[in-house]
Design a protein around this ligand. Structure first.
Ligand code: ATP
Ligand code: MG
Length: 315
């Protein structure tokens, strides 16, 4: 099973309006509500691919209940730790083909709740081959939370330690590297912010490896992926640029990489085969996610068509 963690999930609310004007009153023509957050979206994509995934994290209040109900509706297996605070919402206003986002910070987490989550997480991680740690941290959770969880996952399963995939930015990313994540997936902006002195993405990725990341896969928007690993450096570009909604494309990259690592774990194939196949699938799947209008959804036809036409270059 692939376990995905979202410590700061959200109820993603989308408003459609004809045009967005500051200081004006707007008539909302359509409202969409769905459970969101990066790890939740990764689990949605994996479930859509028929992969055995489970999602966990912290949920509270009536908004947390709405997230749970939405995951039930979409048959995404979940097992969250309850908190006393109210789960946050994000608001996206879609108007004239463009989106404006409002992201609430999330409820403060108490020491007791963070400890309860760690206990729950150890139990879930003991059944996982791959653990995905995604997104920002809510207030009250220590900055090195992901390093703590990575270490906890490995001690929960000492003979067959799960592989750890990390997708976050800023100081949370830097503090997580002490946990030696197996794959880190920053986008170009997150990587540049993490290593501002590096002359380019490859040098910056090498810097993250020196700080503790085992492999780094940088997502470069419509330009695809750059993987800097102990086995080599690879570049993978989509055969064509896709129009649509790029929000959540990074989550599709993480889903594809996690699935590849999971399959690699069970077959024991050589890494020279793992990386080209994992990257080509990640590029095709993320393009399919851009094509689908809602974050966390993929277009299966686009995935299959682009997968056949995506090539990987070894640098
Ligand atoms: N317009 C596009 N056409 C084809 N593929 C795309 C396009 N935009 C993004 N992708 C694919 O999606 C991947 C992830 O995109 P991006 O680098 O924007 O991730 P991100 O910023 O982490 O996204 P998010 O955090 O919103 O999920 C890219 O590496 C690329 O393979
Ligand atoms: Mg991202």
């Amino acid at each position: 099973v692939i376990l995905t963690v979202t410590l700061n999930p959200a109820l993603d609310v989308t408003y459609e309006v004809a045009a967005l004007r500051p200081h004006a009153t707007h008539r909302v023509t359509a409202v969409h509500r769905r459970g969101g957050g990066k790890g939740v979206n990764v689990a949605r994509v994996l479930t859509a691919l028929g992969v055995d995934a489970r999602t966990t994290g912290l949920l509270g209040g009536a908004t947390g209940e709405q997230v749970r109900a939405d995951l039930d509706r979409h048959a995404v297996p979940h097992d969250f730790t309850p908190i006393s605070g109210e789960t946050r919402r994000t608001l996206t206003v879609v108007a004239e083909g463009d989106a404006t986002l409002f992201n609430e910070p999330g409820p403060p987490i108490t020491d007791h709740e963070w400890r309860a989550f760690r206990t729950h997480f150890r139990e879930l991680a003991s059944a996982a081959q791959v653990v995905v740690l995604s997104g920002s941290l809510p207030p009250g959770v220590p900055e090195d939370a992901y390093a703590t969880l990575a270490t906890a996952a490995r001690t929960a399963r000492p003979t067959a330690a799960p592989l750890i995939v990390l997708d976050t930015g800023g100081s949370t990313l830097m503090a997580a590297l002490a946990g030696r994540p197996d794959v880190v997936k920053p986008n170009a902006a997150e990587l540049a912010a993490a290593v501002p002195t590096a002359p380019g993405p490859q040098a910056a990725a090498e810097e993250l490896r020196a700080e503790g990341a085992v492999a780094v896969v940088v997502s470069l928007g419509p330009d695809g992926l750059l993987a800097v690993t102990g086995e080599g450096v690879w570049r993978c570009r989509p055969p064509r640029s896709v129009r649509g909604n790029p929000t959540g494309a990074g989550d599709a990259v993480v889903a594809a990489l996690s699935r590849a690592l999971h399959d690699h774990r069970s077959t024991g194939a050589h890494p020279d085969r793992l990386w080209p196949q994992a990257l080509a699938d990640a590029v095709a799947l993320s393009a399919a996610a851009v094509h689908a209008p809602v974050a966390g959804e993929i277009d299966h036809d686009v995935h299959a068509r682009l997968r056949a036409r995506t090539t990987v270059e070894r640098l």
